[in-house]
Design a protein around this ligand. Structure first.
Ligand SMILES: [Zn+2]
Ligand SMILES: [Zn+2]
Length: 555
């Protein structure tokens, strides 16, 4: 018998939120599952996205054979461009997932033409010693799959993200049969989504949102603004259907909203009745009771369409008293302050804002709760189990859910974190050391800026380009600028160039001039705008990317 071993190596997403990436190695062949990103925390201001450290894969460069994608959420595909810049290997995913990848690749210059392979559920592919079957799962995004990977030492099931939705809005059912078939034949290792492992019961079906949305449509007398994640195609479909039924036209607002709906529509995953769509510039001329605006920016992202509308700084659209604004999404922990500030602005404009948890819900989770996780565990009945996709407390809860399987063949559950190596062979499984992992901060340029080159740098490099602190004193009540903006910098190297610094101050003044009074009273919005504009200026003029941290003194 061969003494080759199977190594399962999480490179991101275990014991942390987002940034999913997993490597499987058998002999000299490595396949990689997902390449996701995470959004930076506030402490990393000045950095746009965070991706997994690829050192382990780079050290084994000649062994990397393929990238397999489970679905199109950013925490699973957001780092594909950075991965492809290093490894020119084939990428496998469903047609919709790959279209979302292509949309992201347009923003970056990847050296070689990417080798994208469309797969469909039930397809079987072979990569070196791995035979991979794709299994359809239900999730908050369409076209999501789990992977059944047959290796010389046994079968590994990777669930991707899932919930067990018994009544999905597109009637594409979770392929539990195939999962159970593998379970019957014997599964060596299960890797399963733990995001909601701390929620008892079942997650609501996507259909549960419909009655609540119906209620909203019945109550709305004027313009209706609805914000949800642009990738939630099921949700968008329900909103478009309800708009059509209540004779409202639909306008799409925000870059991601327009491009993702276009992609979903072109794949036949989103049906849009004729003559329903109107252009954003026609919204204000239409009868208020006959318009729905689908708008991106549920998390209060300062540059998003909804944030701009909230401070009345959108080219075509403003919120008027009597309008209704619905946030059909969850409040991602950490974003509360920004979201509530945006809601305050909307309320100030006289809008009725609906948000948060209500019964029936305005939003349902895309991840399975305890009973769904148990169902998958019971069907797969693995010999070994590793909870994935979650912070440590969720992984630990998920491990507990598997305890009862000890009677039916579960030998051990491993609580692994990013970087831990799990080794499997004909004798069994064990932890076998760690590999280099970490976070890479990426500066992708300001929204709207075309990034000609991919700039990857860690915080050490950022510190090499120095720090720039624009300091602005704003009168909190009037929104008036109290003095000429100052710019302080350290380690930037151009502080003695008076002409450059004068022009930089001028950029800040312009940003202030182009902002509405209400925006100026919102330090969060102003910081982001100043950062974006100054960053663009400094990069264009000096080819540098210092850390820019605007300081707003509210007087
Ligand atoms: Zn995810
Ligand atoms: Zn997901």
């Amino acid at each position: 018998m061969s003494d080759k071993k199977l190594h399962v190596i999480p490179l991101g997403g275990l014991g942390e939120f987002g940034m999913h990436m997993m490597a499987l190695r058998y002999g000299d062949d490595i396949i990689v599952i997902d390449a996701g990103m995470m959004f930076p925390e506030a402490e990393l201001l000045g950095v746009d996205i965070v991706t997994p450290d690829l050192t382990f894969l780079k050290e084994n460069r000649h062994q990397v054979r393929a990238l397999l994608l489970t679905h199109g959420h950013e925490d699973h595909i957001g780092a594909v461009a950075f991965f492809l810049a290093e490894f020119n290997v084939p990428v496998y995913g469903t047609a919709f997932t790959l279209s979302l990848v292509e949309r992201r690749l347009e923003e970056y210059e990847v050296p070689d033409e990417p080798d994208l392979h469309k797969i469909r559920p039930k397809d079987l592919i072979e990569i070196g010693p791995f035979k991979i079957e794709f299994i359809h799962v239900t999730h908050s995004i369409v076209s999501a799959v789990a992977l059944a990977i047959t290796t010389p030492v046994g079968v590994v099931i990777h669930t991707g993200d899932f919930k067990v939705d018994p009544t999905p809005t597109d009637n594409e059912l979770f392929d539990l049969h195939t999962l159970a078939d593998y379970g019957k034949r014997g599964v060596l290792l299960l890797l399963s989504d733990s995001t909601n492992a701390d929620r008892p019961g079942y997650s609501d079906s996507e259909r549960a949102v419909r009655p609540r949305l119906e209620d909203v449509f019945n109550r709305a007398e004027s313009r209706l603004f609805i914000s949800c994640f642009s990738s939630s195609i099921h949700r968008l479909q329900q909103i478009i259907d309800l708009s059509h039924e209540s004779r409202r036209k639909v306008a799409l607002l925000g870059r991601s909203m327009t491009s993702v709906t276009e992609i979903a529509h072109s794949h036949g995953l989103l049906s849009i009745p004729d003559n329903v769509l109107i252009r954003p510039q026609d919204v204000m001329n239409s009868k208020p009771s006959q318009v729905t605006v689908l708008i991106s920016g549920t998390q209060g992202e300062p540059m998003s369409a909804l944030s701009r509308v909230a401070v009345d700084n959108h080219k075509h659209i403003s919120v008027k008293p009597g309008d209704m604004v619905v946030l059909s999404s969850r409040i991602i922990p950490g974003n509360e302050k920004t979201i509530f500030r945006m809601i305050d602005h909307l309320a100030r404009r006289g809008a009725d804002v609906l948000y948060g948890s209500m019964n029936p819900p305005l939003h349902v989770s895309g991840h399975g709760s305890m009973e769904e996780l148990r169902l998958v565990l019971n069907l797969v009945r693995p010999r070994y189990f590793v909870p994935i996709h979650g912070e440590y407390r969720q992984l630990a809860k998920h491990a507990r859910l598997a305890e009862h399987l000890r009677n039916v063949g579960l030998e051990e559950t491993f609580l692994c974190e990013t970087g831990d190596v799990l080794e499997l062979d004909h004798r069994g499984a064990r932890k076998a050391g760690r590999v280099t992992v970490g976070r890479i901060c990426i500066d992708s340029g300001a929204p709207g800026e075309v990034v000609g080159e991919m700039v990857v740098r860690d915080r050490r490099l950022i510190s090499e380009d120095g720090i720039v602190l624009p300091i602005i004193a704003i009168n909190k009540h009037t929104g008036k600028i109290e003095s000429v903006p100052e710019i302080v910098s350290r380690g930037f190297g151009l502080e003695s160039d008076q002409e450059f610094m004068r022009a930089a101050r001028e950029v800040v003044v312009k940003t202030l001039e182009n902002s509405s009074e209400e925006e100026k009273t919102d330090a969060g919005v102003m910081k982001e705008k100043i950062r974006a504009d100054l960053k663009r200026y400094i990069h264009r003029q000096a080819e540098r990317r210092p850390l820019i941290m605007p300081v707003i003194l509210e007087i």
